[in-house]
Design a protein around this ligand. Sequence first.
Ligand code: NI
Length: 259
Amino acid sequence: MNFVDTHCHLNDEKFSEDLLEVLERAKISGVNRIINFGDTLKSSAAVVELATKFEELYAGVGIHPEEISGFNENSAEKIIELAKNKKVVAIGEIGLDYYWEKDSEKRLQQQKIFIEQLEIARQVNLPVCIHEREAHGDALKILKTEGKNLRGVMHCYSGSLEMAKELWKMGWLIGVDGPLTFKNSAKLPEIVKAAPREMILIETDAPYLAPVPNRGKRNEPSFVIDVAKKIAEIRGETLETVAQYTTKNAENLYNIGVK
Ligand code: NI
């Protein structure tokens, strides 16, 4: 069985000691492709560099909504420059975070920079990976008006079923992570159950959000299988089936070839 961890952060210092072992465990588990995402210019450059060192690694570049102070024209050019590397398969993670940002002026700034980075994705012809927390309405509104002709995923999906249905209609996928396995997974199981097969990606967001049975510990790409197992259980499918269609979805969205 093949799996893709479609969203993580292996450039995080929590992997500085044992990255090779983490990658080895992923390979042994069948997680043979991994997409790392940047959240600043610095980490975007770092994930690109990692991706050039390891065949199984790919990269997404962009500025996270919590990291937008100091974003300027120069930053946009740098993202475009990084995106030229052939291992860069996405613009992300970009988006809106109203959980951490309560100031209305700064929220407007987040929206502006989100839209600018959507424009970059259009320019470099790459899909988009969106971080969205407690900003469901604005994110959807922006995607409707500014996301035309773009494809992508709402990573670590935390919205409602209604919103998910709207996203699917617009061709956007949802990313499912460790929280699906938590006792307090709220409405996520219902959403996962309702999702068309072509609209789900599995991801870890490592080092954060480790799924059960490793909840609370450092997360890593091999744990993406625990998310896949939960999806199989909820949807009444075999793990193999989930592996097949989630891998295909990742290959289609991110154009990472076929394994
Ligand atoms: Ni992330």
